[in-house]
Design a protein around this ligand. Sequence first.
Ligand code: ADQ
Length: 736
Amino acid sequence: MSKIHIVSNRLPFSINRKEEDYSLKPSVGGLATGMKSIYKEYDGNWIGWPGLALDDLKADEVTKIEALLHKEKCVPVHLTNEEINLYYDGFSNNTIWPLFHYFTQYVDHSADYWEAYQLVNQKFADRAIEMAEDGDTIWVHDYQLLLVPEMIKSKRPGITVGFFLHIPFPSYEVFRVLPWRMELIKGMLGADLLGFHIYDYERHFFSCVRRLFGYEISFNQVHTEDRIVVADAFPMGIDYDKFHEASASIMQKPVQERSDLHRELEKYFLVSPERQLILSIDRLDYTKGIPHRLRAFRRFMQDYPEYRNKVTLIMLAVPSRGEVDQYQMLKKEVDELVGAINGEFGNINYTPVWYFYRSLPFENLVELYNSCDVALITPVRDGMNLVAKEYVASRTSHSGVIILSEMAGVAKEMGEAIIINPNNEEEIAESLKRALSMHICEQRERMIHLQDRIKRYNVFKWAREFVDALDRVKKVQSDLLAKKISDSIQQGMRKQYDKAKRRAIFLDYDGTLTHFHKNPQAAVPDQEVKDILKKLIADERNLVTIISGRDRATLEKWFDDMPINLICEHGVWLKKYDHDWEMLTAVKNDWMPFILPVLESFVDRTPGSFIERKNYSLVWHYRKAETELSEIRAKEIKEELTGLVGNLNLEIMEGSKVIEVKNGGINKGIAALQFIKNNGFDFIMAIGDDWTDEYMFRELPKSAVTIKVGIKNTSAEYNLESVNAVRRFLASFADE
Ligand code: ADQ
């Protein structure tokens, strides 16, 4: 069975040092729980940083730690203090984290960080590659390792790579700010499957891919030059039963066995049974909107004085990234706000905000989830937010209300929560009032629905769905790759080719022999193409024809120094190398004055697009225009033209970033057929990249070798992945 290995910044254990002795402490986070089930089941390794700096360890300590980790099938990537400082605190947490959470003002673009990020990502990739064999899967996690998928794939294409991003993926307008935006996307595109928490992040990612790389995206598949990459949304879940069962058992414990915190809470309710508790739990991070929440609570105390002395906000903040300036400032702001609110509304018997700046043991966390009437979860940006799910899972009584920010990924799954805008203090204050006074029947109705969903789509299901989706991606890829020309297929073709006495070779130009250019007139044939063509032509048995949508003048100018046949404007014109141009079918161009104004109106409204006038067709080019706008415009233009072309016997053709209006009844297939008619060819080959070439693939005799460029659905018999592959393929015929 092929294995699944996990790569994440941290290993799922932390290392405890007691004098000379070391032990491992398992992490309890969501990722560790979900992934443990996978890497154990699939007999893989977990590759990650063990959490201690290499410079702080002696050689024998490293050996001891490695041995402990080895038993758990964990493979350490050791990092020095400097690497941690630049790669982790630096690029990961000071560049990507603020940028991806829309805090552009905090983004640090230090080149040192970027250097270290690349080097450390390479370390992770190398370690992962060492552990995996071809056919295995490596599942890479999160924003610290965005370059790893490509680093693995480029060295070992036989390994399947999955990637999951745990934080938001920002919109293009934010992402474009980064100097290394191309590199990050390229890194991610090394994966076969990319997972995001919600569709919005996936959509932003696609938008960046389209705009930065111009790759075609159909449904959720990105077609790169030589591969298909799939992206999808997988909302991460929690270990529901663990929280639910812990909560049930804690509540059944006899009083003397209960934790101090639990007893304190009970005492509090005993003294004032009317009191209600609001819970707020996060890492102390500027993305979590903690000051906004405190201000909203102050507003609530002001607007609804009847709740003073009756409602307490329990605010837990886990210390996080304390060495970073912004986090220190945040801590100060939160301390001051808590002080101000308690000063303003508190008295000897009443403290409105109970503030804890520390991490709590699991049991206490569940007790709090269980005891608080309202969970106030108001991040300004959050990839998912598992606290909301943990609160739901712990509510064994089915009561309780969640107030949830629309900016958290989890809000998409929790329609039954009260959804708020975290910047709207008034709305949050009102929602607090609504939550605290919500009838118990309504609370239960909402909570039962939430529990149903979160229990079903738990962290194990989430991990399983990702792995199943990876299998489906492999199937899609292998179906498309089934047409790829292997060495043995190529040898077979070669035999046919050698035996043949008269060969017809049809070659499309743009996207087949040469890459697309933003300016079509710049796509002049380079020396390599010319050399390949010349060698093919030098064999007397070969009749080589460039078959293109281009106009006569351009093709003639580019190929006037070689004895080659030309078919242009998709089959309107033919020029045998020693003859004049002839028209294959009688066509007209008196329709142009009707169509031209329509195209012009689209040029005016789509900056960067332009019109090419050929003798017998008009082309609207939009490769240079802004991608998303031009795709909308392309749909509009087709709709508008469809109403006009019917009566004029015209056709609308959609090529690669072009819409062409031309005479009906003409295409590359008809032209190629006319050309080979009665000519006794015993070897026919056609290569092309877009759907205008599909006519050729369909019309030519079954015995013809038809080849589509790019991994796409096609009626051609074979696939070559790129222009470069076409050149190599043709050169191999030309050379021998
Ligand atoms: P985080 O930003 O860490 O995760 P979150 O998903 O809420 O955010 O997870 C926090 C975890 O810490 C929870 O499991 C919670 O129980 C625990 N925790 C919080 N306060 C605690 C305390 N005082 N003591 C002990 N434990 C405490 C990132 C992304 C999220 C995404 C997750 C998972 O930022 O958006 O949901 O990854 O993909």
